[in-house]
Design a protein around this ligand. Structure first.
Ligand code: SAM
Length: 203
């Protein structure tokens, strides 16, 4: 099977490097590796998301859906007292997220886990994601619904999606699914979306 960044076990050699990034005014050095998404720099879409949305504050339970090497999860944990579940299907990405959380001093707040290893009863106050569009629309929709169903009442989900990769249609689809969704930013060809938890769900 081809070695995509969303492979469960990347077949490529685990060649590490570091990338520097400034997120919400703080400098980070992240370790990345072959076989994970955007190993050479903070992804532009991720950078747009973290620039267009203010850093959260306070506490709660957050989800970074598709964490990669963990830049979003680490920054969320540094800025808040929240517990952050960093979920990915790629085991190398999960290892890197755990290492990066340790390096950022937030190992106690960040839980890097495969989707099936997240306790079923957890509900999320915030979901943050640069979602894996390349898995295809049916899989993407399935993945998003799986986690949006666990958004706490009053919870908020933030997404960044390329305009050319269906950012506007995803916004409409989320609204149709009962997660009213607005565009809160647009830069460098990316849409930043904010979805909330409408209750009850449309039938
Ligand atoms: C666009 S990348 C974003 C990575 C990271 N958040 C960043 O900003 O650099 C999407 C991530 O989703 C992961 N992914 C793919 N399918 C997934 C699934 N079903 N559940 C959770 N994560 C998934 C991929 O392995 C990849 O790391």
């Amino acid at each position: 099977m081809a070695d995509h960044y969303f492979s469960a076990e990347p077949g490529s050699a685990d060649v590490r490097r570091t990338v520097e990034a400034r997120i919400w005014g703080r400098e980070y050095t992240f370790t990345t590796a072959t076989g994970v998404f955007s190993r050479d720099r903070l992804d532009i879409g991720t950078a747009v998301l973290l620039r267009e949305v203010d850093a959260p504050t306070g506490s709660g339970t957050f989800l970074d859906l598709g964490c990669g090497y963990g830049p979003i999860a680490c920054a969320l944990a540094v800025e808040t007292d929240a517990v952050v579940w960093a979920v990915d299907v790629n085991t190398r990405a999960l290892e890197l997220t755990a290492e990066n959380a340790k390096a950022a001093g937030v190992a106690d707040q960040v839980h890097a886990a495969r989707p099936d290893d997240v306790p079923e009863d957890l509900r999320f106050d915030e979901i943050w994601s640069n979602p894996a569009i390349h898995i295809g629309k049916p899989e993407l929709h399935k993945m998003l619904l799986r986690w949006l169903e666990r958004l706490a009442p009053g919870g908020v989900a933030w997404f960044v999606v390329g305009k050319n990769l269906g950012g506007d249609s995803l916004q409409r689809w989320l609204t149709d699914q009962g997660y009213p969704c607005g565009r809160v930013g647009s830069a460098k060809g990316f849409r930043v979306l904010r979805a909330t938890n409408a209750d009850p769900r449309p039938s």
